[in-house]
Design a protein around this ligand. Structure first.
Ligand code: PEP
Ligand code: MG
Length: 325
């Protein structure tokens, strides 16, 4: 399937109105990495580190974690890689971790909440990342941050581990970016200092939609009822874009939505300029972005919102059909 997009692989995702969109890929296993070449991805926008933890019978040793991160960075050959720290709980359960009986696991003890309550696992992972990177640049981001203080704590832990790493005489990464995933609506309303403190923010649309609409992403009955074309959601994304722009915080979007070209187009029209998706989506998304004027797309969305449309899918699909894109 990649063959068809070969011709586009080395072309930039440049829209007709001259907007440059960064297209990165999501990954989580070493077998994903050859796609970094084949797809034309500019980097790995989301590396799901929990997959190494999920496929084993025990917590991977520090040396095993470091070896994986080393290979990921070697494969990336200088392209940017964003490692997401362990995102477990809810839909991602470690077979060897005692399962908590929780009434609402999606709203429960998960992701950064576990990392802050059990800091040794996160410390070990941060040490492994620093060792595996061996002086190369990388980015780390924390999942499910709901309030600024959680990010500050995790960031402080990262800087502590960096200091310790340097004190031990090991090479410091040439650049270390520390960012947060925006997956809970509350974080969009965090105080200004959060937006200044974060080196970047990445919207995890799969979870953000789940919490924005209060609709379980795992529940077939409700999960398709609301989508990224929803006018309220697009307005919310615009608000996040505005807050990030006001503070100069780089923003990306790494949920599955942006793997579908029309959704990627709508979110890009709201101002998101970096997208991360599964590798096979990069060609189709790039093809569409290269054929549209985002000002026109934005006009269609604004007109729909002005009319009181609940969902913009119909209006955008109709516009795309008429425009022949
Ligand atoms: C998301 O929530 O959008 C995301 C990218 O993370 P995951 O799907 O792994 O929860
Ligand atoms: Mg998520």
């Amino acid at each position: 399937a990649m063959e068809a997009w070969r011709a586009l692989r080395d072309e930039p995702a440049l829209t007709l109105d001259g907007q440059r969109v960064g297209l990165h890929m999501n990954a989580g296993l070493l077998t994903d990495l050859p796609s970094l070449e084949g797809s034309g991805a500019e980097g790995v926008g989301l590396y799901r580190t929990e997959l190494q933890f999920l496929i084993r019978a025990r917590v991977p040793l520090r040396s095993e974690q470091a070896a994986l991160y080393d290979r990921v960075l070697s494969n990336a050959r200088g392209k940017r890689v964003v490692f997401r720290t362990l995102d477990i709980g809810s839909d991602k359960v470690l077979p060897y971790m005692k399962r908590l009986e929780e009434p609402n696991p999606a709203l429960g003890w998960r992701a950064i909440r576990i990392s802050l309550d059990r800091p040794n696992i996160l410390k070990m992972q941060l040490q492994s990342l620093l060792r595996g990177a061996a002086g190369r640049s990388f980015a780390v981001m924390f999942p499910m941050v709901a309030q600024a203080s959680e990010f500050s704590q995790a960031r402080a832990m990262t800087l502590e581990q960096l200091e310790r790493h340097i004190r031990n005489g090991w090479p410091a990464p040439s650049r270390l970016e520390i960012g947060a995933m925006l997956e809970t609506p509350s974080l969009a309303f965090a105080p200004d200092h959060f937006f200044r403190e974060a080196d970047f923010i990445s919207i995890g649309g799969n979870d953000l939609k789940q919490f924005f609409f209060a609709a379980d992403r795992e529940n077939e009955r409700v999960r398709r009822r609301y989508d990224a074309f929803n006018a309220s959601y697009l307005s919310f994304i615009r608000m996040i874009v505005d807050r990030c722009e006001a503070h100069g915080t780089p923003l990306s979007y790494c949920g599955e939505d942006v793997g579908r070209p029309l959704e990627a187009m709508a979110l890009t029209a709201m101002g998101v300029r970096t997208l991360s998706m599964r590798p096979a989506s990069i060609g189709p998304v790039k093809r569409l972005l290269r054929s549209v004027d985002l000002r026109e797309v934005r006009g269609v969305i604004d007109a729909g919102i002005g009319r009181g449309d609940v969902n913009l899918r119909g209006a955008l699909a109709g516009w795309a059909r008429d425009a022949g894109v």
